[in-house]
Design a protein around this ligand. Structure first.
Ligand code: 5AD
Ligand code: FES
Length: 366
Protein backbone atom coordinates (compact mmCIF):
# COMPACT_ATOMS: atom_id res chain seq x y z
CA UNK A 1 0.00 0.00 0.00
CA UNK A 2 2.62 2.44 1.12
CA UNK A 3 4.80 1.65 -1.92
CA UNK A 4 1.96 2.39 -4.24
CA UNK A 5 1.28 5.74 -2.64
CA UNK A 6 4.94 6.73 -2.90
CA UNK A 7 5.06 5.84 -6.55
CA UNK A 8 2.03 7.87 -7.48
CA UNK A 9 3.42 10.80 -5.51
CA UNK A 10 6.62 10.57 -7.50
CA UNK A 11 4.74 10.73 -10.77
CA UNK A 12 2.95 13.79 -9.52
CA UNK A 13 6.28 15.54 -9.07
CA UNK A 14 6.44 15.58 -12.87
CA UNK A 15 2.74 15.67 -13.67
CA UNK A 16 2.12 18.83 -11.66
CA UNK A 17 5.01 20.72 -13.18
CA UNK A 18 4.27 23.03 -16.07
CA UNK A 19 6.55 22.87 -19.06
CA UNK A 20 7.96 26.33 -18.54
CA UNK A 21 11.45 27.68 -18.02
CA UNK A 22 11.39 27.35 -14.23
CA UNK A 23 10.71 23.62 -14.50
CA UNK A 24 13.34 23.19 -17.21
CA UNK A 25 15.95 24.89 -15.03
CA UNK A 26 15.10 22.90 -11.96
CA UNK A 27 15.15 19.60 -13.93
CA UNK A 28 18.55 20.55 -15.36
CA UNK A 29 19.74 21.07 -11.80
CA UNK A 30 18.76 17.52 -10.70
CA UNK A 31 21.28 15.48 -8.74
CA UNK A 32 21.37 12.07 -7.05
CA UNK A 33 17.95 10.44 -6.61
CA UNK A 34 16.23 13.33 -8.43
CA UNK A 35 18.44 12.80 -11.45
CA UNK A 36 17.63 9.09 -11.50
CA UNK A 37 13.94 10.00 -11.41
CA UNK A 38 14.41 12.50 -14.23
CA UNK A 39 15.95 9.82 -16.48
CA UNK A 40 13.26 7.34 -15.53
CA UNK A 41 10.54 9.85 -16.32
CA UNK A 42 12.08 10.69 -19.72
CA UNK A 43 12.24 6.97 -20.55
CA UNK A 44 8.65 6.50 -19.40
CA UNK A 45 7.38 9.36 -21.56
CA UNK A 46 9.34 8.04 -24.53
CA UNK A 47 7.77 4.63 -23.96
CA UNK A 48 4.21 5.98 -23.70
CA UNK A 49 4.34 8.26 -26.74
CA UNK A 50 6.88 6.64 -29.07
CA UNK A 51 6.78 2.99 -28.00
CA UNK A 52 9.62 0.48 -27.91
CA UNK A 53 10.53 0.71 -31.57
CA UNK A 54 13.77 2.39 -32.57
CA UNK A 55 13.70 3.72 -36.12
CA UNK A 56 16.90 3.50 -38.10
CA UNK A 57 17.70 6.39 -40.43
CA UNK A 58 20.85 5.88 -42.47
CA UNK A 59 22.83 9.01 -43.22
CA UNK A 60 24.81 9.63 -46.40
CA UNK A 61 27.22 12.53 -46.04
CA UNK A 62 27.35 13.08 -49.78
CA UNK A 63 29.55 16.19 -49.94
CA UNK A 64 31.80 18.09 -47.53
CA UNK A 65 32.05 21.16 -49.74
CA UNK A 66 30.78 24.14 -47.77
CA UNK A 67 30.56 27.84 -48.54
CA UNK A 68 29.96 28.77 -44.90
CA UNK A 69 32.36 29.46 -42.09
CA UNK A 70 30.53 28.41 -38.92
CA UNK A 71 33.12 28.87 -36.19
CA UNK A 72 32.64 25.41 -34.62
CA UNK A 73 32.51 23.24 -37.71
CA UNK A 74 35.36 21.06 -38.98
CA UNK A 75 34.34 21.34 -42.64
CA UNK A 76 33.99 25.16 -42.64
CA UNK A 77 35.17 26.83 -45.85
CA UNK A 78 38.33 28.25 -44.25
CA UNK A 79 39.62 24.85 -43.13
CA UNK A 80 42.00 24.20 -46.01
CA UNK A 81 43.26 20.99 -44.42
CA UNK A 82 40.03 19.25 -45.48
CA UNK A 83 40.15 16.99 -48.51
CA UNK A 84 36.95 18.06 -50.30
CA UNK A 85 34.69 15.54 -52.05
CA UNK A 86 31.28 15.33 -53.62
CA UNK A 87 29.61 12.05 -54.53
CA UNK A 88 27.93 11.81 -57.94
CA UNK A 89 24.17 11.40 -58.28
CA UNK A 90 24.74 7.79 -59.33
CA UNK A 91 26.90 7.07 -56.25
CA UNK A 92 24.31 8.65 -53.96
CA UNK A 93 21.55 6.59 -55.52
CA UNK A 94 23.38 3.27 -55.33
CA UNK A 95 24.39 3.97 -51.70
CA UNK A 96 20.76 4.69 -50.85
CA UNK A 97 19.58 1.57 -52.63
CA UNK A 98 21.90 -0.61 -50.55
CA UNK A 99 20.26 0.71 -47.36
CA UNK A 100 17.02 -1.08 -48.10
CA UNK A 101 18.77 -4.41 -47.39
CA UNK A 102 19.99 -3.14 -44.01
CA UNK A 103 16.48 -2.64 -42.59
CA UNK A 104 16.84 1.09 -42.99
CA UNK A 105 13.64 2.82 -44.05
CA UNK A 106 14.84 6.40 -44.32
CA UNK A 107 17.80 7.91 -46.12
CA UNK A 108 19.18 11.17 -44.76
CA UNK A 109 21.04 13.12 -47.44
CA UNK A 110 23.41 15.52 -45.72
CA UNK A 111 26.14 17.83 -47.01
CA UNK A 112 27.90 21.09 -46.35
CA UNK A 113 25.92 24.20 -47.18
CA UNK A 114 26.64 25.23 -50.71
CA UNK A 115 24.98 25.63 -54.03
CA UNK A 116 27.65 23.08 -55.09
CA UNK A 117 25.14 20.36 -55.80
CA UNK A 118 22.52 22.36 -57.62
CA UNK A 119 18.89 22.42 -56.60
CA UNK A 120 17.65 20.79 -59.79
CA UNK A 121 20.09 17.90 -59.53
CA UNK A 122 19.17 17.43 -55.87
CA UNK A 123 15.51 17.31 -56.90
CA UNK A 124 16.27 14.60 -59.44
CA UNK A 125 18.10 12.53 -56.83
CA UNK A 126 15.12 12.82 -54.44
CA UNK A 127 12.68 11.91 -57.23
CA UNK A 128 14.70 8.85 -58.26
CA UNK A 129 15.11 7.50 -54.73
CA UNK A 130 11.39 7.93 -54.12
CA UNK A 131 10.47 6.25 -57.39
CA UNK A 132 12.89 3.33 -57.31
CA UNK A 133 13.15 2.50 -53.60
CA UNK A 134 10.70 2.33 -50.67
CA UNK A 135 12.83 4.78 -48.65
CA UNK A 136 11.57 7.96 -47.01
CA UNK A 137 13.86 10.86 -47.91
CA UNK A 138 15.23 13.39 -45.43
CA UNK A 139 17.39 16.25 -46.69
CA UNK A 140 19.86 18.26 -44.61
CA UNK A 141 21.79 20.81 -46.68
CA UNK A 142 21.23 24.07 -44.82
CA UNK A 143 19.41 27.34 -45.44
CA UNK A 144 17.72 27.45 -48.85
CA UNK A 145 15.10 29.69 -50.47
CA UNK A 146 11.42 28.82 -50.03
CA UNK A 147 11.07 27.90 -53.71
CA UNK A 148 13.88 25.38 -53.46
CA UNK A 149 12.27 23.68 -50.48
CA UNK A 150 8.97 23.69 -52.37
CA UNK A 151 10.59 22.12 -55.44
CA UNK A 152 12.19 19.38 -53.36
CA UNK A 153 8.88 18.76 -51.60
CA UNK A 154 7.27 18.39 -55.05
CA UNK A 155 9.99 15.87 -55.92
CA UNK A 156 8.95 13.77 -52.90
CA UNK A 157 11.13 15.04 -50.05
CA UNK A 158 9.52 13.85 -46.82
CA UNK A 159 11.58 15.57 -44.14
CA UNK A 160 14.24 18.23 -43.57
CA UNK A 161 16.84 18.66 -40.83
CA UNK A 162 18.17 22.10 -39.97
CA UNK A 163 19.39 22.79 -36.45
CA UNK A 164 19.01 26.29 -35.02
CA UNK A 165 22.17 25.48 -32.99
CA UNK A 166 21.43 28.04 -30.24
CA UNK A 167 18.38 30.11 -29.33
CA UNK A 168 20.56 33.05 -28.25
CA UNK A 169 20.54 35.44 -31.25
CA UNK A 170 23.75 37.17 -30.15
CA UNK A 171 25.66 33.89 -29.70
CA UNK A 172 24.22 32.61 -32.98
CA UNK A 173 25.51 35.74 -34.73
CA UNK A 174 29.02 35.30 -33.30
CA UNK A 175 29.20 31.67 -34.44
CA UNK A 176 27.69 32.12 -37.90
CA UNK A 177 29.27 34.79 -40.08
CA UNK A 178 26.95 33.76 -42.92
CA UNK A 179 23.49 33.85 -41.38
CA UNK A 180 21.32 35.17 -38.57
CA UNK A 181 19.13 33.20 -36.19
CA UNK A 182 16.13 34.96 -37.72
CA UNK A 183 17.02 33.69 -41.21
CA UNK A 184 17.49 30.17 -39.84
CA UNK A 185 14.09 30.27 -38.14
CA UNK A 186 12.48 31.60 -41.32
CA UNK A 187 13.74 28.50 -43.14
CA UNK A 188 12.21 26.30 -40.44
CA UNK A 189 8.85 28.10 -40.67
CA UNK A 190 8.94 27.78 -44.47
CA UNK A 191 9.46 24.01 -44.21
CA UNK A 192 6.65 23.67 -41.73
CA UNK A 193 4.32 25.70 -43.91
CA UNK A 194 5.12 23.45 -46.85
CA UNK A 195 4.09 20.43 -44.80
CA UNK A 196 7.61 18.96 -44.78
CA UNK A 197 8.31 17.05 -41.54
CA UNK A 198 10.71 19.42 -39.85
CA UNK A 199 13.65 18.59 -37.63
CA UNK A 200 15.85 21.01 -35.76
CA UNK A 201 17.87 21.13 -32.57
CA UNK A 202 20.97 22.56 -30.98
CA UNK A 203 24.43 21.92 -29.63
CA UNK A 204 24.92 21.57 -25.88
CA UNK A 205 27.72 23.56 -24.28
CA UNK A 206 28.70 26.10 -26.92
CA UNK A 207 31.31 28.48 -25.48
CA UNK A 208 29.45 31.39 -23.93
CA UNK A 209 26.21 29.55 -23.31
CA UNK A 210 24.71 29.19 -19.84
CA UNK A 211 22.18 26.76 -18.39
CA UNK A 212 19.67 29.53 -19.03
CA UNK A 213 20.48 29.33 -22.77
CA UNK A 214 20.09 25.55 -22.60
CA UNK A 215 16.63 25.90 -21.05
CA UNK A 216 15.70 28.45 -23.74
CA UNK A 217 16.93 26.03 -26.44
CA UNK A 218 14.60 23.35 -25.11
CA UNK A 219 11.72 25.83 -24.98
CA UNK A 220 12.38 26.94 -28.56
CA UNK A 221 12.12 23.31 -29.73
CA UNK A 222 8.78 23.11 -27.94
CA UNK A 223 7.59 26.40 -29.47
CA UNK A 224 8.55 25.28 -32.98
CA UNK A 225 6.49 22.10 -32.45
CA UNK A 226 9.14 20.05 -34.23
CA UNK A 227 8.67 16.61 -35.73
CA UNK A 228 12.29 15.62 -35.01
CA UNK A 229 14.78 17.11 -32.55
CA UNK A 230 18.50 16.36 -32.71
CA UNK A 231 20.82 17.65 -30.01
CA UNK A 232 24.38 16.78 -29.09
CA UNK A 233 27.39 18.08 -27.15
CA UNK A 234 29.63 20.70 -28.76
CA UNK A 235 33.10 19.22 -29.33
CA UNK A 236 35.93 21.67 -30.11
CA UNK A 237 37.59 20.95 -33.45
CA UNK A 238 41.31 21.88 -33.44
CA UNK A 239 41.25 23.29 -36.99
CA UNK A 240 38.55 25.86 -36.18
CA UNK A 241 38.54 29.21 -34.33
CA UNK A 242 36.93 27.41 -31.36
CA UNK A 243 39.70 24.80 -31.25
CA UNK A 244 41.12 26.23 -28.02
CA UNK A 245 37.75 26.58 -26.30
CA UNK A 246 36.08 24.13 -23.95
CA UNK A 247 32.58 22.75 -23.84
CA UNK A 248 30.69 24.98 -21.39
CA UNK A 249 29.87 21.87 -19.29
CA UNK A 250 33.34 20.35 -19.24
CA UNK A 251 33.64 18.32 -16.05
CA UNK A 252 29.83 18.18 -15.87
CA UNK A 253 29.13 15.98 -18.90
CA UNK A 254 26.02 14.62 -17.19
CA UNK A 255 24.42 17.83 -18.48
CA UNK A 256 24.38 16.33 -22.00
CA UNK A 257 21.98 13.64 -20.81
CA UNK A 258 20.00 15.93 -18.53
CA UNK A 259 19.34 18.13 -21.57
CA UNK A 260 18.12 15.12 -23.53
CA UNK A 261 15.82 13.93 -20.75
CA UNK A 262 14.27 17.38 -20.29
CA UNK A 263 13.92 17.69 -24.06
CA UNK A 264 11.88 14.47 -24.11
CA UNK A 265 9.70 15.53 -21.17
CA UNK A 266 8.97 18.85 -22.91
CA UNK A 267 8.44 17.26 -26.36
CA UNK A 268 6.70 13.95 -25.67
CA UNK A 269 5.77 13.06 -29.24
CA UNK A 270 8.79 14.26 -31.25
CA UNK A 271 11.27 11.83 -32.77
CA UNK A 272 14.56 12.29 -30.91
CA UNK A 273 17.73 10.63 -32.23
CA UNK A 274 20.60 9.37 -30.12
CA UNK A 275 23.13 11.46 -32.01
CA UNK A 276 26.66 10.47 -32.97
CA UNK A 277 28.26 13.16 -30.80
CA UNK A 278 27.13 11.27 -27.66
CA UNK A 279 29.38 8.40 -28.74
CA UNK A 280 32.23 10.81 -29.40
CA UNK A 281 32.08 11.93 -25.75
CA UNK A 282 31.23 8.52 -24.29
CA UNK A 283 32.78 6.02 -26.74
CA UNK A 284 30.69 2.92 -27.34
CA UNK A 285 27.99 3.76 -24.79
CA UNK A 286 26.86 7.36 -25.37
CA UNK A 287 24.16 6.61 -27.90
CA UNK A 288 22.89 3.61 -25.89
CA UNK A 289 22.51 5.78 -22.80
CA UNK A 290 20.74 8.41 -24.90
CA UNK A 291 18.25 5.75 -26.04
CA UNK A 292 17.53 4.98 -22.38
CA UNK A 293 17.07 8.63 -21.45
CA UNK A 294 14.57 9.86 -24.00
CA UNK A 295 15.81 9.08 -27.52
CA UNK A 296 13.99 6.75 -29.95
CA UNK A 297 15.92 7.04 -33.23
CA UNK A 298 19.34 5.78 -34.37
CA UNK A 299 21.13 7.27 -37.36
CA UNK A 300 23.89 4.93 -38.53
CA UNK A 301 26.43 6.21 -41.00
CA UNK A 302 25.99 4.93 -44.57
CA UNK A 303 28.63 7.19 -46.12
CA UNK A 304 31.05 5.14 -48.25
CA UNK A 305 33.96 4.37 -45.93
CA UNK A 306 36.54 6.21 -48.07
CA UNK A 307 34.82 9.56 -47.47
CA UNK A 308 34.13 9.27 -43.75
CA UNK A 309 37.45 10.64 -42.55
CA UNK A 310 36.80 13.75 -44.64
CA UNK A 311 33.48 14.54 -42.95
CA UNK A 312 34.81 15.29 -39.50
CA UNK A 313 32.58 18.03 -38.12
CA UNK A 314 34.31 17.39 -34.77
CA UNK A 315 37.15 15.15 -33.61
CA UNK A 316 36.50 11.69 -32.19
CA UNK A 317 33.54 11.06 -34.49
CA UNK A 318 32.83 7.33 -34.27
CA UNK A 319 32.48 4.86 -37.15
CA UNK A 320 35.17 6.49 -39.30
CA UNK A 321 36.83 3.15 -40.06
CA UNK A 322 33.71 1.00 -40.09
CA UNK A 323 31.82 0.08 -43.25
CA UNK A 324 28.10 0.72 -43.71
CA UNK A 325 27.49 -2.99 -43.14
CA UNK A 326 29.46 -2.94 -39.89
CA UNK A 327 27.49 0.05 -38.64
CA UNK A 328 24.23 -1.61 -39.65
CA UNK A 329 24.98 -4.76 -37.65
CA UNK A 330 26.34 -2.72 -34.73
CA UNK A 331 23.02 -0.88 -34.58
CA UNK A 332 21.03 -4.12 -34.56
CA UNK A 333 23.17 -5.44 -31.70
CA UNK A 334 22.72 -2.24 -29.70
CA UNK A 335 18.95 -2.29 -30.14
CA UNK A 336 18.77 -5.92 -29.12
CA UNK A 337 20.98 -5.35 -26.08
CA UNK A 338 18.57 -2.65 -24.90
CA UNK A 339 15.61 -5.03 -25.25
CA UNK A 340 13.99 -2.75 -27.82
CA UNK A 341 12.82 -3.53 -31.36
CA UNK A 342 13.58 -2.11 -34.80
CA UNK A 343 10.96 0.26 -36.17
CA UNK A 344 8.96 -1.16 -39.04
CA UNK A 345 7.71 1.20 -41.71
CA UNK A 346 8.95 4.73 -42.21
CA UNK A 347 8.55 6.06 -38.71
CA UNK A 348 7.05 9.28 -40.00
CA UNK A 349 6.20 12.04 -37.60
CA UNK A 350 3.32 11.13 -35.36
CA UNK A 351 2.37 14.82 -35.41
CA UNK A 352 2.06 14.90 -39.19
CA UNK A 353 -1.40 13.46 -39.39
CA UNK A 354 -2.77 16.16 -37.13
CA UNK A 355 -1.00 18.87 -39.13
CA UNK A 356 -2.30 17.60 -42.47
CA UNK A 357 -5.85 17.48 -41.23
CA UNK A 358 -5.46 21.01 -39.84
CA UNK A 359 -4.26 22.09 -43.31
CA UNK A 360 -7.27 20.39 -44.82
CA UNK A 361 -9.60 22.25 -42.49
CA UNK A 362 -8.03 25.60 -43.38
CA UNK A 363 -8.42 24.85 -47.07
CA UNK A 364 -12.10 24.04 -46.69
CA UNK A 365 -12.65 27.02 -44.47
CA UNK A 366 -11.02 29.24 -47.13
N1 5AD B 1 30.68 19.71 -32.24
C1 5AD B 1 29.47 19.15 -32.15
N2 5AD B 1 28.54 19.21 -33.12
C2 5AD B 1 28.86 19.87 -34.26
N3 5AD B 1 28.17 20.10 -35.37
C3 5AD B 1 28.94 20.80 -36.23
N4 5AD B 1 30.15 21.04 -35.66
C4 5AD B 1 30.12 20.48 -34.42
C5 5AD B 1 31.05 20.40 -33.35
N5 5AD B 1 32.27 20.95 -33.42
C6 5AD B 1 26.75 19.72 -35.52
C7 5AD B 1 25.88 20.97 -35.78
C8 5AD B 1 25.30 20.69 -37.15
C9 5AD B 1 25.34 19.18 -37.21
C10 5AD B 1 25.29 18.61 -38.60
O1 5AD B 1 26.57 18.86 -36.60
O2 5AD B 1 24.85 21.04 -34.81
O3 5AD B 1 23.98 21.17 -37.32
FE1 FES C 1 29.02 2.48 -36.62
FE2 FES C 1 28.49 1.14 -34.25
S1 FES C 1 27.20 2.45 -35.43
S2 FES C 1 30.27 1.01 -35.59
Amino acid sequence: MLMKKNNSQKHHVFANRDHGKGSALSFLDSEGADLKRLYKEADRIRHIHMGEEIYIRGIIEFSNICANDCLYCGIRASNHAVNRYSMTAEEIFSTAKAMVFRQQTTVVLQSGETPGIDDTEMGEIIRRIKKETPLAVTVSVGNRPYDTYRHWKDCGMDRYLLRFETSDPELFGRLHPDCTLEERLECLYALKELGVQTGSGFMIGLPGETVDTLAENILLCQKLDLDMIGIGPFIPHPETPLGGEKNAYEGNEEMFFKALAVLRIFNPDAHIPATTAYDAVFPGVGRNLALQRGANIFMPNDTPVGHRKDYLLYPGKPCVDESADQCASCVLMRIESLGRTIGKGHGHSIKNHRRNSEHGRHKHAG
